[in-house]
Ligand binder design. Structure first.
Ligand SMILES: CCCCCCCCCC/C=C\CCCCC/C=C/C(=O)SCCNC(=O)CCNC(=O)[C@H](O)C(C)(C)COP(=O)(O)OP(=O)(O)OC[C@H]1O[C@@H](n2cnc3c(N)ncnc32)[C@H](O)[C@@H]1OP(=O)(O)O
Ligand SMILES: Cc1cc2nc3c(=O)[nH]c(=O)nc-3n(C[C@H](O)[C@H](O)[C@H](O)COP(=O)(O)OP(=O)(O)OC[C@H]3O[C@@H](n4cnc5c(N)ncnc54)[C@H](O)[C@@H]3O)c2cc1C
Length: 632
């Protein structure tokens, strides 16, 4: 799956990267540890001539529990995408050498989704050839940007550009926040950490108030638009190009989701293979819980999702690279496609893994509630993915907006983008591919069912919107009246994308891998398809892609698939080739000694470093001895 990290031994030989000790760290310790880790990985990269890909894999091996994540994943990419060549020549070397530490400051206390309503302003002052940055009111302050709280010396601030009395919309500005001498905030800058979060507490997400902070005109990142010395606004590319960084990060989030669900399914399956509990025959030997059909039903979806997301990330990375290369040459033809695809798939991937991670946690019984199992921690660390880089509902709606445009083109006989080429088909020409039970064992037949269901969902909401408009509703009311169906249509398209990528990737692999491996992957792909239909059976029936007879066959085939996957389940997670230090879980170690590792973790618990707790002397001793308690 993930390219085996040939430098794993080097990385995990150092205590700094051994994860057992993180439990019990305070926020400041987590924060410092994360910074220390990134800088040490940088040193290892230089000492061992690692590539940038090695650096990236090292961070993934540490489950992104490192510092400077926004600097690396947003600040630098934003300079690359939004700055002119001269500005890149100035800022990139400083950022890449950590001489400046950055954040991407877009979200405000009052607005995160609605970028048009961001309140931070950058007013051009022609007298001094500067921009004056201001967060005019409480709700305007930047709130959430990673590394903003205590680390960033610079921020790419997204602000409404004001020239004279005209607002030219959201534009990016490079703003220095702290002195490079003593790290103190500069005049006009009020900055700090927004406080503890459910997870990811090594990251200093921060707040930023700008009180008439002046920056030179050349600090407006001007690849897509600029302001001349005499105050003229010149747009050289679509304003949407200023959104480019978010598109890239949505792609990264799909891989983040893949990484976390691999961890979760590995822990759940390895633990379920060693955990014996109860027996089916009275007095018989206790069973591996992995042999219970219900346990397989709970955790094999996460196994299938791991592979589905791996194949989808690989496919979308190729699609993004093609689009990005064109966009950077000024050709925005693929911008709408890549935005629509990645908005939806980021939402679908993060929804899928947060749901399946909780199922993995539940499948570990009581031990799933221990931090030492790590599944719960992984879930807490993954939860933000349904919100960051665009709240999932909003992202589905962006995807749906793209799909509506595509189906309108299809119905008008115009060309459509490759990912929506199925919309060119006549919706009435579909026939159910599954005419007998064995057809349910063919992923290609299932793919046709997914295609019809997605097409039907998109066509249905398009018709309903048209009906609402024709019956006199205005555009926004008609839209709001159909938001749930729009989200449903986007999800249907995204689930089709995952299934299509899975089927196509396995058929490509079949040409080069062994038949044994091919049959295991085919089985997993089939299961992924069957399970997806069963869990959304209402929508598939509604689309008439299947009837009750087909659903009955599919449900039966899904349960058969569980038994077929069982013999290879452990091998399929071992194939992730994840180091124990990456998985970190006492339940998911390669050696299978879950109880021993749980007990070792308990012994490391700080409370166990003394036999008698301090509370004994304060409260318990007198209580136990029947002494009257002093006034508390
Ligand atoms: C190599 C070593 C590297 C080591 C890496 C280390 C780290 C590992 C990697 C870690 C992985 C991930 C990191 C994750 C960290 C995340 C931290 C969080 C960051 C953030 O959250 S940043 C803030 C994110 N905020 C948002 O996403 C805001 C969401 N809102 C919006 O995007 C917009 O408001 C909107 C899309 C909802 C609405 O846009 P708006 O312009 O107001 O109106 P519309 O009419 O809807 O759109 C107008 C047209 O613009 C098109 N559009 C919109 N968005 C985009 C886009 N992003 N790209 C292209 N086009 C876009 C839209 O389609 C409309 O076009 P049309 O008019 O229809 O043609
Ligand atoms: C851990 C973390 C790290 C972050 N890091 C950064 C960062 O580095 N830089 C940065 O700029 N931001 C960052 N953010 C902020 C993040 O981008 C926003 O939280 C996100 O864009 C969602 O916006 P919001 O918080 O305003 O939610 P809202 O948009 O207020 O969402 C609230 C509810 O309203 C609904 N809603 C909103 N608009 C619509 C609509 N048009 N139609 C239907 N429903 C709607 C949403 O679905 C949601 O249910 C981070 C957030 C988190 C949690």
């Amino acid at each position: 799956m993930q390219k085996t990290f040939k430098n794993e031994k080097i990385l995990f030989a150092e205590p700094l990267f051994q994860c057992d000790g993180l439990a019990g760290f305070t926020r400041s310790e987590l924060y410092e540890n994360a910074i220390h880790r990134t800088l040490r990985i940088n040193q290892l990269k230089k000492e061992h001539n690692w590539t940038q890909e090695d650096f990236d894999i090292a961070i993934r091996c540490l489950n992104y529990e490192v510092g400077f994540v926004i600097h690396l994943s947003m600040f630098i990419p934003a300079i690359e995408r939004l700055a002119t060549d001269d500005q890149k020549a100035k800022w990139l070397p400083l950022a890449e050498s950590y001489r400046i530490l950055g954040t991407y400051a877009q979200t405000e206390l009052g607005h995160g989704t609605n970028l048009m309503a961001l309140e931070t302003t950058a007013t051009f002052d022609p007298r001094t050839d500067e921009f004056v940055l201001r967060t005019p009111q409480l709700s305007s302050m930047k709130w959430w940007p990673g590394s903003l709280g205590k680390t960033a010396t610079h921020a790419i601030v997204l602000a409404q550009l004001i020239i004279g009395n005209k607002n030219y919309g959201m534009n990016p500005f490079m703003v220095q926040l702290r002195s490079l001498e003593d790290h103190m905030p500069l005049p006009g800058i009020i900055v700090g950490d927004i406080g503890a979060k459910l997870g990811a507490n090594s990251n200093d997400n921060g707040f930023l108030i700008l009180n008439d902070v002046r920056i030179p005109r050349e600090n407006m990142l001007a690849r897509n638009s600029k302001v001349t010395k005499d105050g003229r606004y010149i747009q050289t590319s679509t304003n949407k190009a200023n959104y480019a960084t978010m598109v890239l990060v949505r792609l990264s989030i799909i891989r983040w989701a893949e990484d976390t669900i691999k961890n979760g399914s590995l822990i759940a399956i390895r633990y379920s293979a060693v955990r014996r509990q109860s027996s089916l025959q009275a007095g018989g030997p206790e069973m591996q819980v992995l042999d219970y059909q219900t346990q397989q039903y709970k955790i094999f979806p996460s196994l299938a999702a791991s592979y589905a997301l791996f194949f989808t990330y690989e496919a979308m990375m190729k699609e993004y690279e093609i689009a990005y290369a064109q966009i950077m040459r000024g050709n925005n033809q693929l911008l709408g496609q890549i935005h629509g695809q990645l908005s939806g798939l980021k939402a679908f991937a993060s929804d899928l893994v947060t749901y399946e991670l909780e199922m993995c946690r539940r499948s570990c019984g009581g031990h799933g509630y221990l931090k030492a199992s790590v599944v719960g921690e992984t879930l807490l660390h993954t939860l933000p993915l349904v919100t960051v880089e665009g709240d999932n509902t909003v992202m589905y709606l962006q995807c749906a907006r793209y799909l509506l445009k595509q189906i309108a083109k299809a119905l008008a006989g115009q060309d459509v983008d490759e990912p929506t080429s199925y919309l060119k088909k006549d919706i009435l020409s579909y026939t159910c591919p599954v005419q007998k039970g064995e057809h349910c064992t063919n992923p290609n037949y299932l793919l046709k069912i997914y295609t019809q269901r997605a097409h039907s969902a998109i066509a249905s909401v398009a018709r309903q919107l048209q009906f609402d408009l024709e019956s006199g509703k205005d555009q926004s009311s008609a839209f709001n009246n159909n938001l749930v169906s729009l989200v449903q249509a986007a999800k249907a398209h995204c689930q089709l994308c995952l299934m299509k990528n899975f089927v196509e990737s396995v058929s490509a692999l079949e040409r080069t891998c062994s038949e044994n491996l091919a049959s295991v992957l085919r089985q997993l792909c089939l299961y992924f398809g069957l399970h997806g239909i069963v869990t959304a059976s209402g929508e598939f029936l509604e689309s008439e892609a299947i009837g009750l007879q087909q659903l009955e066959w599919i449900k039966a085939e899904e349960l058969k698939s569980l038994a077929a996957i069982r013999p290879n389940a452990v091998a399929l997670v071992d194939a992730f080739d994840l180091h124990d230090q990456t998985v970190m879980s006492a339940l998911g170690r390669y050696d299978g000694n879950a109880y021993q590792h749980l007990f070792e973790a308990a012994k490391r618990e700080p409370m166990n470093q003394t036999q008698v707790p301090p509370a004994y002397y304060k409260y318990l001793r007198d209580l136990i001895k029947g002494q009257p308690l002093a006034k508390l």
